[in-house]
Design a protein around this ligand. Structure first.
Ligand SMILES: Nc1ncnc2c1ncn2[C@@H]1O[C@H](COP(=O)(O)OP(=O)(O)O)[C@@H](O)[C@H]1O
Ligand SMILES: [Mg+2]
Length: 225
């Protein structure tokens, strides 16, 4: 296995009425290709802030972030948008699917944005739906999907373009325990098959234990376990 992602001394603060609010105070870690990493930490510890920065959706105050050796924190915002479209997938606690589009259309949209032919995008979309046991739901709009089904569609959409890295912020946080476990198991299996590395924020110790590695975010830094 070789190194995919390197985070070095990332710092971030927010301005607050009482003065500066330091959130990240020197986050450093590396991730190997295909590795499934769990991030745990108390509510408000900065997990979401960290994930947004790692995914180039927010800027760090300082520090460096390399993906495949490329310093992604230094790219222009246009290049970052391209990078996200090609190399980074996102899944959030809420599915954020487009309400007017069917499950299949939600999955193929990022591929069409990339310029893939519609027929090829549909082949890829249907393959993912099948692997997530959702073939019978391809024409459903999100309102006609259960919570677990909608989250699985969000996973398929995030992986459609074969990203090297998936960033997942409490992807099962809105689901009941049984459904959460089901979605997590499928997510884990699919990412392994697709050879996507994952950074997943979770409050579930059981899920974190089932990942390759666990980091705890506390007092603005991450430590093993
Ligand atoms: N845009 C923002 N402006 C000011 N404070 C923020 C902003 N985003 C997050 N925070 C604060 O940063 C802290 C960490 O938030 P967050 O990253 O969402 O934590 P977590 O995901 O671990 O619960 C919280 O205290 C939150 O209020
Ligand atoms: Mg959060």
């Amino acid at each position: 296995m070789s190194e995919l992602f390197r985070v070095e001394d990332v710092r971030k603060h927010f301005a607050a009425p009482a003065g500066e609010l330091p959130i990240l105070q020197g986050v450093s870690f590396t991730l190997q290709e295909g590795e499934f990493l769990a991030i745990v930490g108390e509510s408000g510890s900065g997990k979401s802030t960290m994930l947004q920065i790692l995914g180039t959706l927010d800027h760090p105050d300082s520090g460096t972030i390399h993906l495949d050796g490329e310093p992604i924190h230094q790219l222009t915002s246009n290049r970052q948008a391209l990078l996200r479209n090609q190399k980074i997938g996102f899944v959030y606690q809420a599915h954020h699917l487009i309400p007017e589009l069917t499950a299949l259309e939600n999955i193929t949209l990022p591929l069409l944005v990339q310029g893939m032919a519609a027929t090829d995008a549909q082949v890829r979309g249907r393959e993912l739906l099948a692997r997530l046991h959702l073939s019978a739901r391809e024409a459903h709009i999100p309102a006609k999907l259960s919570g677990g089904e909608a989250q699985r569609v969000a996973v398929a959409r995030a992986l459609a373009a074969k990203p090297r890295l998936l960033l997942a912020d409490e992807p099962t946080g809105n689901l009941d325990e049984h459904t959460a476990q089901e979605v997590f198991t499928l997510l884990r299996q699919l990412c392994r098959e697709e050879q996507a590395a994952v950074i997943m924020v979770t409050h579930s110790m059981a899920m974190a234990d089932a990942c390759d590695r666990m980091l705890t975010l506390r007092d603005g830094v991450v430590c093993e376990r």
